[in-house]
Design a protein around this ligand. Sequence first.
Ligand SMILES: Cc1cc2nc3c(=O)[nH]c(=O)nc-3n(C[C@H](O)[C@H](O)[C@H](O)COP(=O)(O)OP(=O)(O)OC[C@H]3O[C@@H](n4cnc5c(N)ncnc54)[C@H](O)[C@@H]3O)c2cc1C
Length: 67
Amino acid sequence: MGGGLGDEGPRGSEYTELLKPEGPIVFAGEHLSYLGLWQEGSALSAQHALKLVQSMASERAGKAAAA
Ligand SMILES: Cc1cc2nc3c(=O)[nH]c(=O)nc-3n(C[C@H](O)[C@H](O)[C@H](O)COP(=O)(O)OP(=O)(O)OC[C@H]3O[C@@H](n4cnc5c(N)ncnc54)[C@H](O)[C@@H]3O)c2cc1C
């Protein structure tokens, strides 16, 4: 799977739905990685969440500048 959360493994594509933010709230944790039960999974998930927050902030700043 793309996005740096490890191999997709047996979890299936619908799992990516769980990775989407809920409005401004971004989720992270080993349970949201493909390396469940390991610290590496939580670190990868945190990295993914931070990238998402960064892109959401950039998008918001772009909209504010355009307004
Ligand atoms: C006994 C044991 C041994 C382990 N050994 C290893 C190992 O050797 N190597 C390895 O890689 N992994 C190991 N793990 C797994 C590793 O600990 C976890 O994968 C990792 O800690 C998950 O990190 P996380 O940030 O996703 O979740 P967590 O570390 O569980 O952090 C979640 C945090 O959220 C807090 N929280 C929960 N609900 C709320 C709420 N409503 N409001 C505010 N805060 C909340 C919790 O108190 C907790 O601090 C082990 C796990 C256990 C239990």
